[in-house]
Design a protein around this ligand. Structure first.
Ligand SMILES: NC(=O)c1ccc[n+]([C@@H]2O[C@H](COP(=O)([O-])OP(=O)(O)OC[C@H]3O[C@@H](n4cnc5c(N)ncnc54)[C@H](O)[C@@H]3O)[C@@H](O)[C@H]2O)c1
Ligand SMILES: O=C(O)C1=N[C@H](C(=O)O)CCC1
Length: 267
């Protein structure tokens, strides 16, 4: 039995991950964490998952919870995830990180911290999105330089980072396939007389509102035709099931940073 602890247990994803652990064979919830001062600290973690009491309280004691697990699943924020990585490395425990909004410097630091423990770090744990990542590279290469690329994503109004981690990864996949540097060609802002679109840029547009779970479209726009690749999430449950699948996989993985392409065998 693989013992999984969940960090961000009082959050939107935390509750769904606890529900996914509950329905998955071979894993059990060993601990649940949220930030010191959160009103749900001390309450049973099953309530946020719609399960009723399951006998695991939400704690704010990171060291104790990590010591008692085999794998920590963390859906919080980049800064919290980096701290969690550090503590998992101290205790030699594996980690699955779903938080998004990492800067390039934070990503480099995460890779450094994960040198001696296995870590799955992925901006999107759904099977559908990961298949999109895989085919996007081929589509970009085949359509080539004649098509302009624009990425549009839409999420709920509570989301803190923009563009979404998934949209950033889609931009990186396309940029790499076309031999461009995403950090140089991503264009996040058009306003006023901003001039014609450059050939190389990848436009990154964000919509925020209501309860949208997550939608991503990559547009390949040519002269006379366009191709659109869209993924729409209906619920958070495929993210949470994906994170539990990643936890089972990472429990026996070698040290280093992995992502869902590795977990799903898509590499
Ligand atoms: N990878 C994926 O498939 C995927 C899917 C959905 C969301 N996300 C990402 O997961 C993250 C969380 O999303 P959410 O919608 O659940 O957000 P949320 O705000 O509902 O939940 C985050 C939780 O983290 C807790 N937290 C904050 N600081 C903490 C600390 N120091 N220690 C422990 N817990 C702490 C918060 O109190 C909150 O309960 C975001 O970055 C989001 O973009 C990723
Ligand atoms: O709800 C969120 O927040 C989501 N974040 C991920 C991202 O930033 O790509 C995945 C989709 C949902």
């Amino acid at each position: 039995m693989i013992k999984i602890a969940v960090c961000g247990a009082a959050g939107r994803m935390g509750g769904r991950i606890i529900a996914a652990i509950n329905e998955t064979e071979g894993v059990e919830l060993s601990g649940a964490l949220d930030r010191p001062g959160h009103p749900m600290v001390g309450q049973d973690a099953g309530y946020n998952a719609g399960l009723g009491a399951i006998g695991v309280p939400i704690s704010d004691d990171l060291n104790a919870v990590v010591a008692g697990c085999d794998v920590l699943i963390d859906f919080t924020t980049p800064k919290v995830s980096l701290k969690n990585l550090e503590v998992c490395a101290l205790h030699k425990k594996a980690i699955v990180i779903g938080s998004t909004g990492f800067t390039p410097e934070e990503r480099a630091l995460a890779a450094e911290l994960a040198r001696e423990i296995p870590a799955v770090i992925a901006p999107n744990m759904s099977v559908g999105v990961n298949v999109c990542f895989k085919v996007l590279a081929d589509v970009a290469k085949i359509l080539g330089e004649d098509f302009d690329v624009e990425i549009v994503e839409a999420h709920h109004k509570m989301k803190k980072d923009s563009p979404s981690g998934t949209a950033v990864r889609m931009g990186e996949v396309v940029a790499n396939a076309l031999g461009r540097d995403y950090n140089k060609v991503a264009n996040f802002h058009r306003e006023g007389i901003c001039g014609e679109r450059t050939h190389e840029e990848i436009g990154m547009q964000t919509i925020r509102g209501g309860d949208i779970v997550g939608e991503h479209t990559v547009y390949f726009i040519g002269m006379g035709e366009r191709v659109e690749l869209t993924h729409r999430a209906h619920t958070r449950d495929m993210f949470s099931r994906g994170s539990v699948r990643a936890a089972k996989w990472v429990a026996t993985a070698k040290p280093g940073v992995w992502d869902m392409q590795d977990v799903l065998g898509l590499r």
